[in-house]
Write a protein that binds this ligand. Sequence first.
Ligand SMILES: Nc1ncnc2c1ncn2[C@@H]1O[C@H](COP(=O)(O)OP(=O)(O)OP(=O)(O)O)[C@@H](O)[C@H]1O
Length: 491
Amino acid sequence: MEEFLRKHLTFLTSFWNKIHPSHLPSNCSLGFFDPEAVSLQPDLDSNPELPDISLVSVLYDFTARGMDELSVQRGDKLSIIKEDGEYVLARRLSGELAMGYVPANYVAKIDRETASSNWYFSGITRNEAQLLLVSPPNCHGSFLIRDSESSPGEYSLSVRNHTKINHFRICKGPSGSLCIQQGHTFPSLEELLTFYMVNWKVIQSPLLQPCIRKRTPEKDEWERPRSEFMLRRKLGEGYFGEVWEGVWKNTLPVAIKVMKQADMRAEDFTKEIQNLKSLKHDKLIKLYAVCSMGEPLYIVTELMRKGNLQSYLSSAEGKELRTVCLIDITCQVADGMTYLEEQHVVHRDLAARNILVGNNLICKIADFGLARILKDDVYSTRGDTKIPVKWTAPEAANYRTYSSKSDVWSYGILLYEVFTYGQCPYEGMTNQETIQQITQGYRLPRPVTCSPNIYCTMLECWSVNPEDRPSFLDLREKLYSIYRRLQHSLS
Ligand SMILES: Nc1ncnc2c1ncn2[C@@H]1O[C@H](COP(=O)(O)OP(=O)(O)OP(=O)(O)O)[C@@H](O)[C@H]1O
């Protein structure tokens, strides 16, 4: 059939080449992939024997926007079928069998030997590497190589030296050579490792045995003894308690929320923890552990070095951020919110103060104390729950009716906070005046750094009728396309 159509509809040749690349089996079409009909490569973890094809590791989560694209997650392994400009046609090698287009800059090549090596840990972060290396059965001298978080396409070597974990960036030269220190370059990771196993004193970290694969805590493994954690420095205080910078097992920096038990409702605590346990996304703060035996209660999460977005933006460093970085922040938040929208979870307290900032301007959504799973896509509450009025949609402030669309309203306010470098919305107005003004049609003015098209998006988020507001999926696409255009014009 394909042959017949190719022959008679020649003006569609480029379309046909895209969906049926010449070296693809004819029984395999994008979107409707029949795993029975085509032999797929097995999972890399279970079978190190790989065919001689171009292998890549996924660097960032990507959600398909059409039938010809492939949704992938950081750490997935793919084989490349075809390079096509800014995209690659790829086939997933593990998990659900599928193929489709993925942006080329979302993946990094790995060679066959590396992929099958027991010391190569694809798709894990620096923090996850630390956790693995400090957890038994790993011990002094355990090491692994992972993809670099900050330099896509490069690697990092993580080594446990007694209780300390050392990380070394492995840089890639123009010819593909690899080095940790200038003057010592190697054609492959194997040769680099062999050198440092023998000459470990050069990096003062003995490479004794590859790290043993064990996942970070699973559901029933969250509970940890309080003695494993040490509080170092108070970072801030919220309604439910204090947040401290601490260390886990003398090694891993973490954030520890120490819950005030006296005025805390058990339901609130359980909700926040349940939400953190069940929601997993790159742009949501990650739960590491809980200490709920005895008092005080600890919720242990990843540490975000730059604190909350509101204070970061108004700091000297934040004020230096260029517009393209501000848009990048809004894209990351939209990404995390799209995940919550898909999970039918409403956050109810989306604001810059509840976004946490890490190194390299990584932003993650936090504070799920108020988050709720939606039944019928709308959540209604009664009573005296405190609400952040200036961030809350009118139907939620007046009638306590929450939905993903009320989160979209709050996202509009967050856009305002970002483009004013952390200014308080409706400055000088009380909560009561704000509600009155909003009801009469008043909307926040356009911040000077905000382009008219982004301001237009803000106004859409503040539509009176929730149905007229965009979804987070729409917002993510719109902001990413503005971001890409701006980045392109700057390069
Ligand atoms: N994981 C973290 N890493 C770094 N800093 C954090 C982390 N979690 C919280 N903080 C800091 O501690 C402050 C207090 O956090 P917390 O979540 O307790 O309160 P909040 O979000 O400000 O208020 P509330 O819980 O009352 O809504 C935050 O504003 C932030 O600056």
